[in-house]
Design a protein around this ligand. Structure first.
Ligand code: ATP
Length: 324
């Protein structure tokens, strides 16, 4: 499967029939981790992480329509059959969290159509991005005009990656991923994604990481310094340093280790400037200069990966866009 990237996103607006807001379209952008240092397991079951996250143009599209009810019912349809359409979907949870926290006097429900283009359970934060998009769509439909802070608080309740998926661009993430600082990004590069096609459960990947013998585990004491050096290099536009120092602790715990190595080596041989696993896998991203070279890298990866996608960096996260 060789998928072109999504079309351009238009200005923010809701559907307006005779003055009544009836629905919204939102886009949910994927992310990759340019750096992911996994530290200690905390008392609350989360790991302390140090990460540099980057938004991608690759996105899901979500269409929201109000229904007469029953109250708070969220009906979901999705083109990807592996995505849950019941309460396990992060979009249902986001709608409910929004309605509860903003105390909307609303007795209706919602229908949400998800056009999924972000591969599922692939380390690209597709579910988190959908949740961020749902919060923005709700804010738009109910015209709450909430400040970013209020929405980010709700995003944090929904998952560690949801705040970044809302903020977008390039950011350093710490804590369990929810503490964010925007930083300058890399120059516009093409991003070729190649996945083994085997979904990866994030929790299991972290559990495998915890089981690795301490003596064989990556030394976490350098994460802070490494991230600081990367941020300094981005500020100085020393991009070669950044591209040489991308890192992901979870590669040590990846089940598809050999396959990931094959994908990374294939990408580098075909001209990628850097290649790394994103999140808990099983997707490898390759950073490539220029679309022609990116096509060549994708061509080679396509031979050994069941899912190959060409996309690019985005400087923003989820947003509400015009429904024509
Ligand atoms: P993480 O953000 O934990 O790193 P991921 O990016 O690897 O996860 P997702 O695509 O978010 O993976 O999917 C993880 C699981 O979340 C899926 O297996 C699915 O059961 C569940 N899920 C809930 N809502 C959604 C959604 N809207 N889109 C995709 N998956 C969802």
């Amino acid at each position: 499967m060789f998928l072109p990237d999504s079309e351009g996103i238009q200005e923010r607006s809701a559907v307006d029939f005779g003055g009544e807001m009836l629905g919204a379209k939102a886009v949910a952008r994927a992310k990759i981790n340019l750096y992911l240092g996994v530290g200690a397991l905390r008392g609350d079951g989360y790991h302390e992480i140090r990460s540099i996250m980057q938004s991608l143009d690759l996105c899901d599209e979500l269409y929201f329509r109000r229904t007469e009810g029953p109250p708070n019912e969220v009906k979901i349809r999705c083109n990807d059959r592996s995505v849950p359409t019941d309460d396990a979907n992060l979009v249902s949870r986001a709608v409910r969290v929004f309605l509860e926290n903003t105390r909307q006097p609303y007795s209706g429900g919602f229908e949400v159509l998800i056009n999924k283009k972000i591969p599922v359970a692939a380390g690209l934060a597709g579910g988190s991005a959908d949740a961020a998009a749902a919060l923005l769509a709700m804010d738009h439909i109910f015209e709450t005009g909430m400040q970013a802070e209020g929405l980010l608080d709700m995003a944090e309740m929904l998952g560690s990656d949801v705040p970044f998926c809302m903020l977008g661009g390039t950011a350093v993430a710490s804590g369990r991923g929810e503490r964010l600082t925007r930083i300058p990004g890399l120059p516009p590069l093409q991003v070729v994604l190649a996945s083994t096609g085997q979904p990866e459960d994030t929790r299991e990947a972290y559990a495998r990481f915890d089981r690795i013998d301490e003596s064989k585990k990556p030394d976490g004491s350098h994460f802070e310094e490494s991230i600081n050096n990367l941020v300094l290099s981005l500020e100085r536009q020393d991009f070669d340093y950044v591209l040489k120092n991308l890192y992901n602790s979870l590669e040590f715990a990846a089940t598809a280790g050999d396959k990931l190595t094959e994908l990374k080596e294939t990408a580098l041989k075909a001209g990628a400037k850097a290649a790394l696993m994103t999140g808990s896998g099983p997707t490898v991203f390759a950073l490539v200069s220029g679309l022609e070279k990116a096509s060549g890298v994708a061509w080679e990866l396509e031979k050994c990966a069941p899912v190959t996608i060409v996309t690019s960096f985005a400087d923003k996260g989820a947003e509400v866009s015009r429904l024509i």
